[in-house]
Design a protein around this ligand. Structure first.
Ligand code: AMP
Length: 134
């Protein structure tokens, strides 16, 4: 399988985990975070690139080579940031596969309207809790 170029925005609990797993699976990964300390979550085997900066700023995403990405995952804790970053990735950098973390179930239709795929941790957790009720 050809190597995929993947930009992960946010190197927090979710983004860091994704970046480590995607890198060890042989993908070319660029991870972006505005806090240097966040990169401590990357494993010693992480073979991708770290970009320090606010992902909402255009030049930061240029540095992350979003123009070359096959996938972009917007995983910060801020729904608004994720939506903004995802839109720029999709419509400015023409990233084919853009997936955003969105906590607020009420906002999901907004993302749908922009053609952005979403992962909703709130709904996923609710489903999991409910599935455990016997
Ligand atoms: P978590 O909620 O633990 O998955 O962490 C989210 C990560 O996103 C943190 O490491 C934040 O520093 C990072 N983050 C939040 N907003 C931005 C932003 N605008 N640009 C880059 N990284 C961000």
């Amino acid at each position: 399988m050809a190597e995929r170029q993947i930009v992960v925005v946010g190197c927090g609990r979710l983004g860091g985990l994704l970046a480590n797993k995607l890198s060890s699976a042989g993908n070319s990964v660029v991870v972006v975070d505005r806090k240097e300390i966040a990169f401590d979550k990357l494993s010693p085997n992480f073979s991708g690139y770290r970009v320090l900066g606010d992902a909402v700023e255009f030049h930061v995403m240029q540095t992350a080579r979003a123009d070359r990405a096959d996938y972009l995952f917007a995983t910060t804790m801020e729904d608004n940031t994720n939506l903004m970053v995802a839109q720029v990735a999709k419509y400015v950098f023409n990233v084919k596969h853009v997936i955003a973390r969105v906590y607020d179930p009420a906002r999901e239709s907004l993302y749908d309207g922009f053609g952005i795929a979403t992962i909703n941790p709130t709904l996923l957790s609710a489903d999991k809790f409910l599935s455990m009720v016997k």
